[in-house]
Design a protein around this ligand. Structure first.
Ligand SMILES: Cc1cc2nc3c(=O)[nH]c(=O)nc-3n(C[C@H](O)[C@H](O)[C@H](O)COP(=O)(O)OP(=O)(O)OC[C@H]3O[C@@H](n4cnc5c(N)ncnc54)[C@H](O)[C@@H]3O)c2cc1C
Length: 349
């Protein structure tokens, strides 16, 4: 195991910020468990660093970069994959095998472990729809257990692995059950428009992947080369669940840019009077603008939810902008915005 010391973490994250790791190691597959057991504590597990904001003060203990591993076909429609494999590599493998179920999440950055922990989702696919179970290491006790899908308590962009009770648990590998025939249709307007532009039908796995990759390209949602800015972590905020009076508060502002019908059509009715609305509309209604800039931090010129580091932003500067946004949205619309990006290390409030 090669341990590096005082390694600046900015280079390992898509936001391109973050101070030094006291110790840094890389591990995948079977060695992950022993590396975690023998590393100086506390440990911090990272996949591809595309969904975290790391403090400028750095991280004490050991950062474990969980990268690499293998994909096994355990049954004709069942794949078992190490947590350090990139999500898109898994999607491509499924497509190559003629298996449906993951193709609409083509091009989502990051690794399998974080995808499971955060229940990533794109164009109607959620990890939780296809996950049979996973092998979980409890780093406190050193025990390894098998969790079935229900044990994760999956919800929108969350799982019980993110709860304080399980934050010392790590995904070692995950098993997915896929299907030899289509499991769902492509229903998103933006994707159907792209299909028309490309002159292809969303009826084969390859066409579906081509359509989704083009939609993501147009939405600025493909991962750039990490050494080239501007840098982002994708959509910074989760879409909030709000009640009817909060819907009305959004619509009472001129800046939201949508009709009530559009707002509600895009949103999934969850239960009673609660709806999950796009946090992009929430930000617009609260008066934030596309392209709005604070020093080296900017809201993307087209996709307001992408908070960008456009130069040499510090993690604290990004953190401060996030606090301004969260506070303003609360004051103006009484909506609590929750970041999707994970904050690691210490920040000044
Ligand atoms: C351009 C762009 C587009 C994006 N589009 C989407 C999208 O369409 N849909 C979507 O849902 N997300 C999207 N994201 C967010 C991101 O891709 C996902 O959150 C992804 O799962 C992060 O993976 P990662 O390996 O980079 O995680 P990291 O940033 O390395 O880690 C994120 C969190 O997961 C934890 N973690 C990592 N590995 C493990 C493990 N083995 N066991 C337990 N916990 C672990 C980390 O400790 C950390 O708390 C996008 C991000 C970017 C930059």
């Amino acid at each position: 195991m090669k341990v590096q010391h005082n390694v600046v973490l900015a280079q390992y994250t898509s936001l391109h910020v973050g101070g030094p790791a006291e110790n840094l190691v890389q591990a995948s597959g079977a060695e992950l468990q022993s590396v975690l057991a023998s590393s100086a504590k506390p440990y911090w597990i990272f996949g591809d660093g595309t969904n975290c904001l790391i403090s400028d003060k750095g991280l004490p203990g050991t950062v474990v970069l969980n990268r690499g591993g293998t994909i096994q076909v355990v049954e004709p429609t069942v794949l078992k994959v190490d947590s350090g494999v990139s999500w898109d590599q898994l999607v491509q493998k499924a497509i190559e095998l003629g298996l449906y179920g993951l193709e609409f999440s083509s091009g989502v950055p990051g690794n399998v472990g974080a995808a499971v922990a955060g229940n990533i989702a794109a164009y109607g696919h959620r990890v939780s729809d296809r996950l049979l179970g996973a092998t979980i290491l409890d780093t406190k006790t050193g025990t390894v257990t098998s969790w079935d899908n229900a044990a994760f308590n999956f919800d929108y962009r969350s799982s019980s692995l993110q709860s304080p009770e399980h934050q010392h648990c790590v995904v070692l590998d995950a098993t997915f059950e896929l299907s030899a025939s289509p499991t769902s249709q492509l229903e998103y307007d933006s994707a159907l428009t792209v299909a028309e532009d490309l002159g292809i039908l969303p009826d084969t796995l390859e066409n579906r992947r081509a359509i989704i990759l083009e939609v993501r390209k147009r939405a600025g949602s493909l991962m750039n080369d990490k050494s080239v800015g501007p840098w982002t972590a994708g959509s910074f905020f989760k879409n909030p669940v709000i009640n009817e009076s909060q819907v009305d508060a959004i619509l009472s502002k001129e800046e939201h840019g949508v009709t009530k019908e559009q707002l509600l059509r895009q949103n999934k009715i969850h239960s009673g009077n609660s709806v999950r609305v796009s946090s992009a509309h929430v930000l617009l209604a609260a008066g934030f603008k596309r392209g709005q800039t604070w020093g080296n931090v900017r809201l993307h010129k087209d996709h307001i939810l992408k908070v960008e580091n456009i130069g040499n932003a510090t993690a604290q500067e990004i953190y401060d902008v996030i606090q301004v946004i969260v506070r303003t949205v609360k004051d103006k619309l009484d909506i609590t915005l929750e970041p999707e990006v994970r904050f690691l290390g210490d920040f000044n409030d």
